[in-house]
Design a protein around this ligand. Structure first.
Ligand code: AHR
Length: 660
């Protein structure tokens, strides 16, 4: 997504000569400071159709007939489905729960076909705003059927267009009786953004139908039960150091029964326990803990699962509207089982394949551990006695059994206030390693608070900014975040991690705005904020090099509209300079590169700039893109960066070797 430009926007000028250099790319500039190697990551929440209808590649909506009015007032088992009798067939259709495929997945459709008519009788699914298919691609269809009449039945599966025209089909016959999974591969030789899937039984008889599924053969890294390749790739391109999942509010849930239970989300998909999504839709949990861990591994991000601290969301039942608290604690007599679930998660991720939970990971196809290092307990909970009691139980048990795990506590939903203070107090008492701060604020807030972490006591808990964003997707918003992020790098000794939120949202189904990435059924639209996040994550380091960039005039490294930072990445030896300018005038300054020994002759320069009020949208997705070019390097150089811009210069150690 990078465009090449000439680098006229950055004027580099030779200043004065360097006095001497030593070891290659050693950052022996003024007192380098060790900073977190995991600073910039992502936070995935199943919000705004981020999982089902989003990253999870399943194309059939409500495949297991488990939708219900509890998910959404207007929903039931037949949502996204249509009873298909267009060929003059008839019979009865009912939603049944007796003798299902698996007790965890109770609902299925029973067809009693009295006359199959000209075409058969069956079901039609409209997918998530239609089923997008592409010419030349294969699609994997599967279904669980139970031929209850005791004889084999002919079945046809087809894709049709919006007008009902058949586009392609495949046929098979069922066994005589009993639930059985049937799978067919469908080759498609046409493009259609809004096809429908039809399943027709072409004979008289009774048949149970469940788990009707259609996946593109090509998923991200081609895993079975995998993820949507284009969307996953855009996320991977951020190069996040970690991924927090499966949510914020989703994790602690709408009431105790809705708390996200990781054990419900692993194993064969037809045996997982589906549930209502707190954001008023449904979780098939087809994208469950195994898939989350696998995705983290695939994109090189450390997994950061967050589990409820034994309490539900304080806004459960919409109680925030009446000013009360809906926070409920898991009954104390059930807490030891809950604590055990938390410990079991660590075994699932890290235990040997011979351990009870490690064996389940191995059975899913991953005998090697997932190397869990971080674990979040709680999500911006109200810090009450009920919370504290349960948090302590979980914290103590994990800390005792797994001192190697870095526990992340929670300090409320705001950058200050009662829960923030109480959360920090509790963290002090327990010496919690890291606490999770959240803030959604105006861009001006980010610009005014660039010095926030300068005064943080380095002996207290470290900070994970688990959720933050300025309210908007314009370039100005993104630059306010960029300025702030240069200051996070400067404070990378106390700020261990940071993740913009929320990550992805399906257009037409957003429960929260702004988001980092928007998408529909066929396209992905990264925002300008996305490109800023990408620049920081892909160009992060583990050493902060102070004093290398001097801005002209009044501007300083912690100016409210400008931010600069220089980091060195030990893994590559590269040095990265960032100059963020959220101001309305050009910014000039000088960078002293003289102490970089074996300075290469050139570096990569990337600039994000444009009209501060512009955003990328579905209509104009490329309004603002990073623009890259190669620049010549000098030991000391003067620069001028445009108003409203982020400039990143990556000085590659590999280039230094080549320039030798
Ligand atoms: O990111 C959206 C929501 O914001 C999260 O679910 C919650 O933790 C926060 O309030």
């Amino acid at each position: 997504m990078m465009r090449k430009i000439d680098c006229a926007i950055l004027v580099l000028a030779l200043a004065f000569a360097w006095l001497g250099a030593s070891a290659q790319q050693k950052a022996d500039v003024a007192k380098p400071k060790k900073i977190s190697p995991d600073l910039f990551g992502i936070f995935f929440e199943d919000l705004s159709y981020a999982a089902d209808g989003g990253l999870y590649a399943e194309l059939v909506q409500n495949r297991s007939f488990e939708y219900s009015p509890a998910d959404n007032r207007d929903w039931n088992s037949m949502t996204a489905w249509r009873y298909e009798t267009d060929g003059f067939g008839y019979g009865t259709i009912s939603v049944e729960t007796a003798a299902p495929v698996h007790p965890n997945n109770p609902h299925y459709i029973l067809l009693d076909i009295q006359d199959e008519g000209q075409k058969g009788v069956g079901l039609e699914n409209s997918g998530f705003d239609g089923i997008p298919v592409k010419a030349g691609k294969n699609y994997n269809f599967s279904v669980f059927l139970n031929a209850l009449s005791g004889r084999s039945l002919p079945v046809k599966v087809a894709l049709i267009d919006r007008k009902g025209k058949e586009l392609c089909s495949s046929s098979f016959t069922t066994a005589n009786k009993g639930w059985k999974k049937y799978a067919e591969q469908i080759h498609v030789n046409f493009d259609n953004d809004s096809a429908k899937l039809v399943l027709l039984i072409k004979a008289k008889g009774k048949v149970g139908i469940d788990m009707v599924s259609l996946f593109p053969e090509e998923t991200f890294k081609n895993h079975k039960n995998g993820l949507r390749a284009d969307l996953a790739q855009v996320i991977a391109d951020i190069k996040p150091k970690f991924m927090r999942f499966p949510g914020g509010c989703l994790t602690h849930g709408d009431g105790i029964a809705n708390i996200y239970r990781w054990k419900n989300t692993i194993g064969p998909v037809e045996q997982r326990v589906e549930q209502r999504n707190i954001w008023n839709y449904h979780q098939s949990v087809g994208l469950g803990y195994f898939e989350y861990f696998q995705f983290c591994e695939d994109i090189g991000a450390k997994p950061v699962p967050v589990l409820a601290a034994g309490v539900s969301c304080q806004n459960s039942g919409g109680t925030w509207k009446i000013g009360g608290t809906g926070q409920k604690g898991i009954p104390m007599e059930e807490m030891s089982a809950y604590v055990q679930d938390v410990l079991d998660l660590i075994e699932y991720a890290n235990g040997p394949a011979t351990s009870t939970w490690g064996a389940k990971r191995a059975a899913a196809g991953h005998p090697a551990p997932f190397n869990l290092e971080y674990l979040g307990i709680g999500n911006e909970d109200k810090i009450t006695g009920v919370f504290e009691e349960r948090f302590r139980m979980i914290y103590d048990a994990v800390h005792k059994a797994h001192p190697e795990i870095k526990i992340i506590g929670t300090v409320g939903p705001s950058p200050n206030g009662e829960d923030f203070e109480k959360g920090w107090k509790l963290a002090d008492q327990l010496s919690v390693g890291i606490v999770d701060e959240h803030y959604y604020e105006k861009p001006q807030w980010f610009l005014k608070n660039t010095a926030r972490y300068d005064s943080y006591n380095r002996l207290r808990s470290k900070v994970y900014i688990g959720e933050y964003a300025s309210w908007g997707n314009t370039l100005f918003n993104a630059l306010a975040e960029a300025v702030y992020m240069t200051n996070l790098e400067r404070n990378g000794d106390v700020v261990r991690m940071a993740s913009y939120a929320p990550l992805i949202a399906r257009i037409g189904h957003t429960s929260w705005n702004p988001n980092l990435i928007y998408f529909n059924g066929t396209k992905v639209f990264p925002t300008v904020n996305y490109y800023v996040q990408q620049q920081f994550a892909a160009n992060s380091g583990n050493e902060y090099l102070p004093g290398m960039i001097k801005l002209k005039g009044e501007k300083t490294a912690i100016d409210t509209t400008a931010g600069t930072s220089v980091v060195r990445d030990a893994a590559t030896g590269d040095i990265i300079l960032k100059i963020a300018n959220a101001g309305n005038t050009e910014l000039s300054g000088e960078a002293d590169l003289s102490k970089i020994s074996q300075l290469p002759k050139s570096a990569t320069l990337t600039v994000i700039t444009g009209n501060p009020e512009v955003k990328n949208s579905a209509d104009n997705p490329q309004a603002i893109l990073p623009q890259s070019s190669v620049i010549k390097l000098q030991k000391k150089w003067a620069f001028t960066v445009p108003a409203y811009s982020l400039t990143v210069v990556r000085i590659s150690s590999a280039n230094a070797k080549k320039s030798k």
